[in-house]
Ligand binder design. Structure first.
Ligand code: SF4
Length: 472
């Protein structure tokens, strides 16, 4: 077992098991991991003022920062383990290399120092101490916000070391056993490289957390009440189920009705229409004379929207190839220039609604308008043009899907992205690659991805409108 397994184990037992024993062909490449590695290296280099080298030789030479070291050892009753410290930082002391020693350091994304960081440091210190023949009292958590390096010292006391030892023993036992169950907290799965593999297994098992709206707590409540899979859930009546959902108080029958419809739709593969004619009628009416689709790509860590994409639709029946797509790149975060271009497009057809998927786009436009000192009325009138299809589809349809994300719904509607296995995180990865290499190929990929996102949003709009037309 190694430090990566420990890190995974804290997040999800099954992940640690799969990382160690799963078939590599079932794992998918994770842009999150890649982005994390790039950010990590940049922050570590900055912290060490570029004095950062790789391997054992770097320790012997006494460089300030050492990466890429793997240290093997026994940690308890001859159980083999390996640590892969993210970074070793030189400090005063005495070790087998001379009058200095190393401390382990980890990279932190975001503000919160978690159990993962603490355990990683403590585990690293346990094997590093005997390896460098020197005691380690503390480790470092290094993070970067808006290019400023932040360092937090963590004291690696006995209590923490004991906890880590116990977790390592549990990890060892887990790795020797059968594959653990899928985590009940499926939110953890969204950035996991085993997601596809686990999604397939969850569907086959009839896992309750496959039903949109059922999280870990509701799933546990249902299991305690004898409802252990989606098939059983779907066979209940609204009244029976509502009685079991007393924790939702007044909403228990409403919740029961939604869960049942969602489970029945998921099993049958058939969508279910909720009676919400007004909203979709409104969409039909508002888009009759033309509309825009709008989608943004951004780097949330730097608060930087690097691409704004507009698709112009004069008529729903226009062929896709003939639609005009306009990407506005904001390479240097030069807001003034891109804001001007965005508003030019929006005011070219000032009566057209702007369709988007999720809240981000509307919030961004309101912020732009505020930034440009628009009056309250002007902001209100601009914001009223924005229609969030994510919220609209949730209000009007129950779909036979695990979630209501843009990718999930448009894939179900038959939409295919030009580039395979893409996501917002992959676009962010390309953006980071572009910043490092300045190779325009990455910009092309991002633009193609954004255009496809707009077209996928259009496909959802068409679904909503055409199904409305059928009924009228
Ligand atoms: S996809 Fe979810 S359940 Fe599967 S290994 Fe990853 S976090 Fe665990």
């Amino acid at each position: 077992m190694n430090s990566l397994h420990l890190k995974s184990f804290i997040r999800c037992k099954r992940k640690a098991w799969l990382d160690c024993k799963g078939k590599k062909s079932d794992e998918i490449w994770s842009p999150h991991k890649a982005i994390d590695k790039i950010n990590q290296f940049q922050i570590f280099s900055e912290f060490c003022n570029g004095d950062i080298y790789s391997g054992l030789k770097a320790c012997k030479n006494g460089y300030k920062g050492v990466i890429g070291l793997k240290i093997k050892g026994n940690f308890f009753q001859n159980i083999n383990a390996e640590i892969r410290p993210q970074l070793l930082v030189k400090t005063k002391g005495k070790s087998l290399w001379g009058k200095y020693k190393y401390l382990p350091a980890v990279y932190k994304l975001g503000h919160k120092t978690t159990k993962e960081h603490l355990f990683d440091l403590a585990f690293s210190s346990m094997l590093l101490e005997s390896f460098q023949e020197s005691k380690i009292e503390k480790g470092l958590v290094i993070s970067g916000f808006y290019k400023k390096v932040n360092v937090e010292e963590i004291y690696l006391n006995e209590k923490l070391r004991k906890k880590v030892l116990n977790t390592l023993l549990n990890l060892n036992e887990c790795l020797e056993g059968f594959i653990p169950e899928i985590t009940k907290d499926r939110k953890k799965c969204t950035i996991c490289s085993w997601q596809k593999f686990c999604d397939k297994a969850a569907k086959e098992n009839g896992d309750l957390t496959d039903i949109d709206g059922i999280g870990s707590k509701t799933a546990s409540l249902l299991i305690t009440n004898g409802i252990s899979d989606t098939q059983t859930l779907a066979s209940y009546s609204e009244k029976q189920l509502g009685e079991k959902l007393s924790k939702f108080n007044d909403q228990k029958f409403e919740k029961a009705s939604i869960f049942l419809k969602q489970a029945q739709s998921y099993i049958s593969g058939e969508p279910y229409r909720l009676s919400n004619k007004n909203e979709t009628n409104d969409l039909l009416e508002k888009t009759r004379l033309g509309f825009y689709i709008f989608d943004i790509e951004s780097n949330p860590d730097e608060n930087h929207d690097f691409l704004y994409g507009f698709l112009k639709i004069n008529n729903l029946f226009t062929k896709k190839e003939k639609l005009i797509y306009k990407p506005i790149l904001n390479l240097k975060n030069n807001k003034g220039e891109s804001y001007k271009k965005i508003l030019e497009i929006l005011f070219l057809q000032k009566d057209w609604p702007v369709l988007h998927y999720g809240e981000t786009e509307k919030i961004a436009i309101i912020n732009i308008a505020k930034n440009l000192n628009f009056s309250f009325e002007e902001i209100d009138s601009l914001a009223s043009r924005f229609i969030d299809l994510h919220s609209l589809i949730r209000k009007s349809w129950i779909l036979p899907l695990k979630n209501y994300g843009l990718k999930t719904i448009s894939n179900w509607l038959g939409f295919e992205w030009m580039q395979k296995n893409v996501s917002g995180s992959k676009a962010l990865y390309w953006w980071i690659q572009y910043q490092i290499t300045e190779n325009e190929i990455f910009l092309k990929k991002i633009i193609q991805y954004n255009k496809d996102d707009c077209l996928a949003t259009l496909q959802i709009a068409e679904y909503l409108i055409k199904n409305q037309l059928k009924k009228n």
